[in-house]
Design a protein around this ligand. Structure first.
Ligand SMILES: [Zn+2]
Length: 175
């Protein structure tokens, strides 16, 4: 990183902090040549390739507005939508891809939405998976019945784990 003042080719990091949402790292740097300080921001790039062929930056707001429509009249709060969008972004980023197909963003929404509200999930899935007959609805409902089985009572616990590190066992006494 060149010094923006004197173009010296090197700089020293004097401070580094992560933004509240964890998506950006800001670094305060100092030039060893002229001594002046400047800031840099580092964000992993993640773009969405739309069907039109246009690529645009991933946006949690767009995830939320898409899911909000499916949640009309359902008991889903803004906080829950925000957490869903955060989880979708984390899932996509953890795949390591810098660019993802818009259709795959829709697919990444399905699982967390299924855990949040089954009616909203069915509305959303019918659009994203192009249900075009009652058979498709029947197949989806049968699968949901099988999946919800008897483990449905601990669904609320899943959200509480959202902040812990992936793969880290919750409540491990050795941590
Ligand atoms: Zn300098």
């Amino acid at each position: 990183m060149h010094c923006p003042f004197c173009r010296h080719p090197d700089s020293r990091v004097v401070d580094s902090r992560t933004s509240d949402d964890g998506a950006t790292i800001r670094r305060r740097r100092q030039c060893p040549e002229c001594g002046r300080r400047f800031s840099t921001a580092e964000t992993a790039s993640l773009s969405v390739l739309k069907r039109s062929g246009v690529s645009e930056p991933f946006s949690r707001a767009k995830v939320i507005s898409g899911v909000r429509k499916a949640c009309q009249g359902r008991p889903v709060t803004d906080d829950q939508l925000a957490m869903l969008a955060q989880r979708v972004e984390e899932d996509i980023r953890s795949s390591g891809q810098a660019e993802i197909d818009a259709h795959d963003v829709g697919l990444a929404i399905l699982q967390p939405l299924q855990e949040l509200d089954l009616v909203a999930y069915m509305r959303f899935a019918s659009v994203y998976q192009s249900f075009d007959s009652l058979v498709d609805f029947e197949a989806a409902i049968t699968r949901l019945r099988e999946e919800s089985g008897d483990g449905s009572s601990d669904r609320s616990a899943a959200g509480a784990d959202a902040e812990s590190e992936a793969g880290e066992p919750a409540g491990n006494p050795n941590v």
